[in-house]
Design a protein around this ligand. Structure first.
Ligand SMILES: Nc1ncnc2c1ncn2[C@@H]1O[C@H](COP(=O)(O)OP(=O)(O)O)[C@@H](O)[C@H]1O
Ligand SMILES: O=P(O)(O)OC[C@H]1O[C@](O)(COP(=O)(O)O)[C@@H](O)[C@@H]1O
Ligand SMILES: [Mg+2]
Length: 565
């Protein structure tokens, strides 16, 4: 199949800067999914090669980012420590590869071995099973004719050559932070995938989160011992918050001869994984660190969706249904459901959109108020008059500032440093009751808090498959010598640098269409004035600019680092 490319001749760096204002090229990528048309490339990581031929077309460069400006943006705040680990590779037409670290970055001349999958009876029949070494996945898939190609991540998948001999691998798995449906499936598929695909049989479980690295025995794990665990909720390894002591953790990794570390957890956990990776690198150890993002809140940046999220949204329907049944069976009945979401209201938003029985959804990203025109009380009043009953879904992080005004309480944190929240569901229940009483309105309110029920269940079928693919992608990447957080980006599994998933948090954008869909489906007030909407738009814009600026800073740091080598 022929693919068309629009490409500019390769520029010398200085020329590119001089000409940046006048020329622009866009590239349509070759069909890397069908690498049959290309010879499989197997060069060492870090050696850039763009695997396509091209025809040249010149087009206006108006929207192309000014390369000089990008490189001079050094005033922005990137942690010095991080800058040293950033690996940015520039290509034509504003293509940037935000690459993940590899063992060969700090241990030169490592031997490689043929991937054992080549001889695997199941996998050896798969045509083009190995991914092309140059395959990358774009962070943004919606582009305009003249847009730069933008940031890309390394595509996940098996490589032709690996950096570990199967019998030398000693892998460990840890789960940290809160529970999430699918943890056991990921654990199972890591153990089974290592054994079945790569003949790795030395796999250990770390118990009860990060502290288990230095305070408990390591549990030997086999395909047999994990055979049935995906049918259970929770994590067979146990989990915890707090207890991250980088030095003690890496001392234990080193002393026990562990060379692949699989770390399953949320944003805090991935920050911990990054610290572990940095310490491993400082010590020059041949150890790969693979992070598998877990968050029921779906708040991890860059990735499309976290595993367990679908299961949680599905389970939340049961609570919403119960709230609806209770509310609609009473006179002026109100059903109130509290769902998880400390800083991000994705579960509440998706559960509301899926249900169609919800009249009002409150999330942390969209501040609300109770009294006066356009407030919640006015809406409750109206809805009860119109329909005799209503259902409210509230994310646990919503309205915290309002509660703090009425119940002054000192800030408290959990062992990981996460803010402890006040119970918005209970508070709202009392506030609505008091309001109705003041209006002499008979009503019944039923408060349902299914918080732990929706995350303590096993993952559903589609999350199970997703967990399996994540585990396999993590194994392929670690065997190939990379350290990374694995995740789906625009539907393709990718290896994402730690700093990208830990530097920001994924939040519901109330200026996006999805929130507008929600408002139109519930018909609730937006609780926003025109000034609020303008301010939200400005905040979004500033966040985008900051992100672009950070990329520029990293690009600058990476260019400098290359120059120094
Ligand atoms: N900045 C950080 N650096 C190192 N470890 C961290 C950091 N933040 C959190 N952790 C550790 O990660 C683990 C899980 O963090 P937590 O916030 O509880 O859950 P999650 O990973 O799900 O966000 C804890 O053991 C915590 O100590
Ligand atoms: O009570 P716990 O176990 O601390 O968990 C509650 C918290 O876990 C969360 O689901 C998020 O946890 P993670 O970051 O670990 O995924 C929050 O929404 C919630 O506040
Ligand atoms: Mg977290």
């Amino acid at each position: 199949m022929a693919s068309s490319h629009i490409i500019l001749p390769k520029e010398e760096e200085a020329e590119a800067e001089a000409e940046a204002e006048t020329r622009l090229g866009t590239v349509v990528e070759a069909d890397h999914d069908s690498p049959a048309q290309l010879p499989l490339q197997d060069h060492a990581p870090g050696k850039a090669a763009l695997p396509f031929s091209a025809t040249c077309v010149r087009i206006s460069r108006d929207s192309y980012p000014n390369l000089r400006a990008l490189r001079n943006a050094s005033a922005l705040n990137l942690h010095d420590d991080d800058a040293a680990f950033v690996k940015l590779e520039e290509g034509d037409y504003g293509y940037v590869l935000d690459d993940v670290p590899h063992l060969t970055d700090y241990i030169p001349d490592l031997p490689t071995y043929p991937n054992p999958l080549q001889d695997h009876p199941a996998y050896s029949t798969v045509k083009q099973y190995f991914v092309n070494a140059d395959d990358t996945v774009p962070e943004k898939v919606v582009v305009q004719k003249n847009s730069p190609r933008g940031v890309h991540f390394r595509r996940a998948g098996p490589r032709q050559r690996v950096y570990f001999e199967s019998e030398e691998v000693k892998a460990c798995i840890v789960t940290c932070g809160g529970l999430c449906p699918g943890l056991n499936t990921v654990i199972r598929e890591l153990v089974c995938g290592l054994s079945h695909m790569y003949n790795v049989n030395n796999v250990f479980g770390i118990q009860n989160g990060y502290k288990g690295f230095y305070s408990s025995n390591y549990l030997p794990m086999t395909p047999k011992s994990v055979n049935d665990i995906h049918k259970r909720g929770g994590t067979v390894l146990g989990t915890s918050r707090g207890g991250h002591d980088t030095k003690k953790i890496v001392d234990n990794i080193q002393d026990r001869g562990i060379n692949q570390v699989y770390i399953i957890g949320g944003d805090g956990t991935q920050k911990g994984a990054y610290e572990i990776y940095k310490e491993i690198r400082r010590r020059g150890l041949q150890v790969a660190v693979a992070g598998i993002p877990k968050t029921i809140d779906n708040d991890i940046a860059v990735i499309d969706k976290s595993f367990g999220f679908d299961t949680a949204v599905e389970e939340a329907q049961r609570a919403i249904n119960a709230a609806h049944v209770e509310a609609s069976s009473a006179e002026n009945g109100i059903g109130l459901v509290k769902l998880m979401g400390r800083y991000s209201g994705f579960i509440a938003m998706y559960a509301t959109l899926a249900s169609r029985d919800v009249d009002c959804c409150l999330i942390p990203e969209s501040p609300f108020y109770l009294e006066g025109e356009g407030g919640l009380f006015e809406y409750v009043d109206r809805r009860l008059k119109e329909n005799n009953h209503m259902v409210i879904v509230v994310a646990e992080g919503a309205g915290q500032d309002l509660i703090a005004q009425s119940i002054p309480i000192a800030d408290q944190q959990d062992a990981s440093g996460n803010k402890l929240l006040l119970d918005v569901g209970l508070w709202l229940t009392h506030k609505i009751k008091d309001y109705c009483k003041s209006k002499k309105m008979e009503m019944t309110i039923k408060y349902i808090d299914p918080t732990y029920m929706i995350r303590a269940i096993p993952s559903n079928a589609s999350d199970n498959v997703y967990c399996t693919l994540l585990a396999h992608s993590a194994i392929h990447g670690a065997m190939a010598g990379y350290s990374f957080t694995v995740g789906m980006v625009n539907g393709r599994h990718s290896y994402i640098p730690f700093h990208r998933v830990t530097s920001t948090r994924n939040k519901v954008r109330i200026t996006d269409r999805m929130w507008a869909r929600l408002l139109s489906s519930t018909n609730q007030p937006s609780f926003l004035s025109k000034e609020d909407i303008d301010a939200a738009r400005e905040a979004d814009k500033a966040a985008n600019n900051r992100k672009n600026g950070e990329n520029a800073k990293k690009q600058h740091a990476s260019v400098l680092a290359k120059g120094e080598k």
